[in-house]
Design a protein around this ligand. Structure first.
Ligand code: GDP
Length: 370
């Protein structure tokens, strides 16, 4: 029998390489083991064909792996997606990481309109985290894609880690791989050490990157939030709803008894109140349709998947049915948030709206972000 003495780890996801079971993580055909840079079959396909393969790790296993941080000492960098704060902020993080201090980092800043006030946004994030029950030592804003804010964040990490390890924690798709690649490039000049992709859940094991002689930066598996809309839409629709460029807010002046459709994925009915501006922050590629409330059901029933698209056919087969939530906005500017899809900002004085969104998607109200 052939003996393999060396233990190999996939360069993409960090899983232990094995050639026995194609269904399990880290599988690589024996023929490729001699190569210098070994990628597991999953990362190989991801890298070369941009496709994802299912593996046998469950959400619970991921969580268990990340929870081992509570037995270690270091700084936890919690990366969130600024476009989907509600879907990516891990309010139960203290239970996962124990006593370790948490630095909150809002990624994808480049998606917000350039006019957005950065200081206001940082304060907003700090308040939101606190309201959601998450205590953090500091807040930073970055764009891993553009490199914005990376220098300041590196300095912040150096200050707060006090010579200890750094754990990078986040839900899938917040940009963790892009972020770590950017940090590595920042310090070593090397490109794309970690695989990134459009699809949620690409980072598997713990990947350790040396920071100095004694400490490491540790990438942890992305935590899956089943409530995120991205789990219920097709690859093609994901590309439409996931913004890749600066969002151009779309403004609609609505009278009561008018409706806005966001593709056919969600809808907002303006039930009662004076004429108002509804400022919509969604991917520029997501079509928005205005109609009369009285015609909205008919439009939905007859044009879903055509005029009201996305959803495409694949998404329609996966997506839970739309359910209705009623909100009454009192004073001040509020955002009506469709986690993973976007939000609508309304300066509300005693107005009533009804929101239709896929069941399980936690629509909510928050203080306006912008
Ligand atoms: P991970 O699952 O957390 O490792 O996320 P990835 O690094 O694979 O990124 C998920 C998606 O977000 C990819 O499509 C990235 O291109 C995109 N992304 C990551 N960082 C940024 C960013 O700073 N700005 C924008 N606009 N997109 C980003």
């Amino acid at each position: 029998m052939e003996q393999i003495n060396e233990v190999l780890f996939c360069l993409g996801c960090g899983a232990k390489i094995q050639s026995e079971d194609p269904e399990k993580t880290g599988y690589t055909p024996k023929s490729t083991l001699a190569k210098e840079d070994v990628l597991c079959k999953r990362c190989f396909r991801l890298k070369h064909y941009n496709e994802i393969q299912d593996v046998d790790i469950t959400d619970d296993d991921f969580l268990k792996m990340v929870s081992s941080i509570q037995n270690k000492r270091g700084l936890v960098v919690h990366l969130i997606d600024i476009f989907d704060v509600n879907g990516s902020l891990l309010t139960n993080l203290p239970r996962i990481v124990g006593e370790n201090p948490i630095l909150l980092v809002g990624n994808k800043q480049d998606l917000l309109p350039k006019s957005t006030n950065e200081r206001h946004l940082i304060q907003w994030l700090r308040r939101s985290a606190k309201e959601m029950g998450l205590k953090v030592i500091d807040v930073a804003l970055i764009s891993s894609k553009k490199g914005h804010g990376m220098e300041a964040l590196s300095n912040m990490i150096e200050t707060y880690r006090k010579g200890q390890d750094v754990f990078i924690v986040g839900t899938t798709n917040v940009g963790k791989s892009t972020f770590i690649n950017r940090l590595i490039k920042h310090s070593t000049g090397e490109n794309d050490v970690i695989t990134t992709s459009y699809f949620p859940g690409t980072t598997l094991g713990f990947i350790e990157i040396p920071l100095d002689a004694k400490s490491h930066m540790i990438d942890t598996p992305g935590i899956v939030n089943r409530k995120q809309l991205s789990h219920y839409v097709s690859e093609n629709d994901l590309k439409l709803i996931h913004p890749t460029k600066e969002i151009k807010p779309r403004v609609y002046q609505l009278n009561a008894e008018q409706t806005l459709f966001f593709g056919g994925l969600a809808r907002i009915d303006f039930i009662k109140g004076d004429r108002k501006s509804f400022i919509c922050y969604f991917s520029n590629r997501l079509p928005i349709h205005r109609t009369k409330l009285a015609k909205a059901d008919e439009l939905y029933n007859n044009h879903l998947g055509q005029m009201l698209a996305p959803p495409d056919e694949t998404t329609q087969s996966m997506l839970p049915p739309l359910v209705k939530h009623s909100f009454r906005l009192q004073t001040g500017k509020s955002d009506i948030v469709f986690p993973g899809l976007g939000w609508v900002s309304v300066a509300g004085e005693k107005i009533t709206v009804e929101i239709h969104a896929p069941r399980g998607i936690a629509v909510s109200l928050r203080e306006a972000l912008i």
